[in-house]
Design a protein around this ligand. Sequence first.
Ligand code: DAL
Ligand code: ZN
Length: 434
Amino acid sequence: MELPPQARSLWRDPNRLRLIALLPFFWFLFTMCLSGPTRSASEEAGLHLPSSECLPGASRVTVNFSWTPVEGAIVQWLDLTVHDNGFVPGTFMYAGALPGNSHGWAWEGIEVGKLHLWRVNAQTEGGWITSETGAFVPCGAPALLEPSVSCEGPHAKVTLRWAPSSGPDGGVADQWLDLSVVEDGFGSALTRSEGPLDGEQWSFDLGHVLSNVEYHYRINTPTVWGWTPSPVGALQADCDFTAVLPCGDVLAPLDKQHRLAADCEPPDLVQLPASISYGGPQRLRAEAADALMRMLREASAAGLTIYARSTYRSYQEQDFTFNYFVDQLGRARAERISARPGHSEHQLGTAADLTAASAGFQLSEAFGSTAEGRWLADNAFRFGFVVSYPRGKEHVTGYAFEPWHLRYIGEAAAFDVVATGLTLHEYLLLRWYQ
Ligand code: DAL
Ligand code: ZN
């Protein structure tokens, strides 16, 4: 290509050539002057995800904003808008003028569940720099309300209720219900999760087998901070679907599935002699009282002094006893050592809790290792008594080992129990339903 004469001379001039070589550099300096530093505004004023405490049931929370301030900023303004209105002047809130080097601000009273946009403006020598825009939905954890439980025929129906946290559009946020039989066991294989739920309650059928199991539950809502759970609630359907046994039968298979009516009282209670009673007057049905006195007389002849410490207990007394243990030890432990009202052999008037000085007059496992406890384990059947809750049989009887608790069933039946090696519970059930 033929160059014009001037151009040709330009190309030949070494000084001009040097100038041309430097042109990209001049261009770079020029653009820098016009546009400022090449680092982006968001790098200058980097926003960090706001954090907020999730307050159950709260409609407003404090949100902590933080960012990286622009170097050399003179003053900064934090803009906040509830709707995506593009920060149109006059429609958004702001916190200012914040010091140039400030990098955080706690903003109180921000509404939960709504989409918020925010940004930081920094005034510098070179003008205003605006950060990128951040978005978040403040977290208000759902609050649990009182559940309702009803016992309908063979079913326990439970309705869990809660106050949901609201979603970005003011509606209900995504919610998941976690249900667990293990306290704090959410996330385990035993957790059942239902969702997404868009209401304020959820009903389910516990059936009757699980009606006496304690459940733990919570509502979980996803937000930009991750899952925000409600506090954990506990519930138990106290439905009694157990069979009612006739009153006054010595061989009634009383257990966790069979009970006596609340007004069932033995017809022939007699008071035991004070000499074998501990902790106040003790009463048993006449036949059982007679057998007990014979048994303790023979123990005494063998040099062992045994006392009756707790004998007949009415439905109301058992109600008090069971609830005392629930208060003291919690329901799960109470269920292992105490019968619910209507389910105790003590209401039959044929069960006696026995103890001795060697066990400190306590009803404890230690009694089983005393000479008196061992003698009873070996000899009680000869008088018609059986240890109802033997060691190592909790999975069968439903109760922990009680070496002190003996029930009178008559000599023939007691002999059968020993001969078969069954627990009293198994033996009586077999007899009852055969
Ligand atoms: N301690 C036994 C189980 C009762 O309460 O009858
Ligand atoms: Zn007892």
